[in-house]
Write a protein that binds this ligand. Structure first.
Ligand code: AMP
Ligand code: MG
Length: 491
């Protein structure tokens, strides 16, 4: 055994536990990844590996791209202590209830980090499971790299998100609508993969004991400070509503369009999850939709807060039988909790927008000031990100005068206001045409374009760096303002 053997040396840093597997049987099924032909590491998140306590340096050693790490993160070799399973869940997809489950994702276990945190380590695209239905259990290299880029960009912006540890090309071709594509496995890391759809699944099975167990487990894992509460389902619902209100406000503040906000794609942890046809808005327009299958614009940029509330209502419904023994009282509790979403969302949104404008204190007219800016941005079809990043130069005069007068009424200096703005207005976002360009190059075997983009996206608020020529080019919007850009579900 060589000193640098990733999988074996002192366990490679693996410390896997399996608390989820202790939940009732209807929530999971044991299943192993299906081996792939010729795994090669395409991208590896060394920093995240270190945070997880994995032996990150070992992979960079003599073993190279097809070494032990590629074997592990393709699913060919299980890391020590792994006990793979697929999770069961249901979900409302485009408004319609369906039973789903991990059709191509396999949880290896929960890694306990050196800081004592518990993070799911999951292989996405690792082969079929009992929940695959007609799917092949696989994922394309393009889609997995896309998830890697965007999830890591979200994290760098300070927006809660699942993380991406590695993408391994499988050396196999998979078939999609547009023909044969290179396959890949993404290692996704999350504080958990419990979804609104997980609760819907248990509720649909009418297993009240399992539902109570899932409530207790979720509270313990994500909201331990509330674990001793008198009415656990009620406090869980309230806590999730608060986290989702904050998350969606953060999405809105950077122009993120998730694209497929089905209830199975909403995590109880409050992390952004399941990056599919997502994309960042360029020209400001609340009707922005990128997903080719979202024909009615259900998941358009401007609809996201409303859809989040709709999804949370599905969570409340799933919890009804355990919220209160009497149905009427349970419904009243659910409505009480759900009624708080709008106000919470509005509060987070306003606070975020104030920071983007460099405002430290609150004035009653701030909402109107922001709306006036957005109205102008919409009619002028200006780039959302760059307008905020360069507001004093690009804002129309009459609005700028209002804004200046508003800033003058706070005690902080203009310099302090500028610093607040810079820390809240990303200079760089994963622009769609740049993301596509990196995926195309990676499919041809060149990951250097991707690595450059990742390096730029790792410091979205670094304006000094953003002004350098090699970063500035990433700030240029698509020639048509991103209009007509479509993302596909051929994942
Ligand atoms: P998503 O659109 O990624 O949220 O996936 C929705 C559901 O379809 C989930 O249950 C996935 O596991 C499943 N799914 C997506 N792609 C595949 C595939 N290629 N094979 C099997 N199941 C899949
Ligand atoms: Mg999903």
């Amino acid at each position: 055994m060589s000193e640098h053997d990733f999988s074996k040396r002192a366990g490679g840093g693996w410390r896997l536990e399996h608390s989820y597997a202790q939940l009732p049987r209807l929530l999971h099924v044991a299943v192993s990844p299906t081996a792939v032909r010729a795994p090669r590491m395409a991208v590896w998140n060394r920093k995240l590996a270190e945070e997880l306590g994995l032996d990150a340096a070992a992979w960079a050693s003599a073993e190279g791209a097809s070494g032990a790490a590629a074997e592990i993160f393709s699913g060919n070799v299980l890391p020590p202590g792994a006990s793979p399973l697929a999770q069961a869940y249901a979900g409302h997809q485009y408004g319609h209830f369906t039973t789903l489950g991990d059709g191509r994702a396999i949880l290896l276990g929960e890694q306990i980090t050196p800081r004592g945190e518990r993070w799911d380590v999951q292989l996405k695209g690792a082969g079929p499971t009992p929940y695959s239905r007609r799917g092949d259990g696989r994922a394309t290299l393009g889609a997995m790299l896309r998830e890697y880029v965007i999830s890591e960009a979200m994290h760098a912006m300070g927006i809660p998100s699942t993380r991406s540890l590695a993408v391994v090309a499988t050396g196999e071709e998979i078939w999609r609508q547009d023909g044969a594509r290179p396959g890949a496995v993404l290692t996704r890391v999350a504080t958990s993969h419990i979804r609104v759809g997980t609760f819907e699944w248990v509720a649909a099975r009418r297993d009240e004991a399992a539902l109570r167990a899932l409530v207790a487990y979720t509270l313990q894992r994500h909201y331990p400070e509330l674990a001793g509460a008198e009415n656990p389902p009620f406090v869980l619902l309230g806590a999730v509503i608060e986290r989702q209100a904050r998350l969606i406000a953060q999405w809105m503040s950077v122009g993120f369009v998730h694209g497929v906000m089905n209830t199975d794609n909403m995590a109880l942890s409050g992390e952004t999850i399941d990056y599919g046809p997502c994309a960042f808005m360029e020209a400001y327009d609340p009707a922005t939709v990128f997903s080719s299958i979202d024909r009615d614009g259900r998941y358009a940029y401007g609809n996201q807060p409303q859809i989040a509330q709709w999804n949370l209502a599905r969570l409340a419904e799933a919890l009804l039988t355990v919220l209160h023994p009497q149905e009427e009282a349970a419904i009243a509790l659910a409505n009480q909790a759900l009624g708080g979403f709008g106000e919470r969302y509005q509060r987070h949104w306003l606070a975020g927008m104030r920071r983007k404008l460099g405002l430290f204190n609150e004035e009653p007219e701030d909402g109107a000031l922001i709306e006036a800016l957005l109205e102008w941005m919409h009619s002028a079809k200006v780039d959302f990100t760059n307008t905020f990043a360069d507001l004093e130069r690009v804002a129309p005069t009459t609005w700028a005068e209002r804004w200046q007068a508003r800033q003058a009424r706070q005690s902080q200096s203009l310099e302090e206001a500028m610093r607040l703005r810079c820390a809240n207005c990303p200079a760089v976002i994963p622009r769609n045409h740049r993301v596509e360009e990196t995926l195309a190059a990676a499919e041809q075997g060149d990951v250097s374009v991707l690595e450059r983009l990742l390096a730029v996206l790792a410091a979205p608020y670094d304006y000094a760096r953003a002004r350098a020529a090699d970063v500035a080019e990433y700030r240029v919007p698509a020639p048509d303002g991103g209009e007509g850009y479509r993302t596909f579900c051929g994942t």
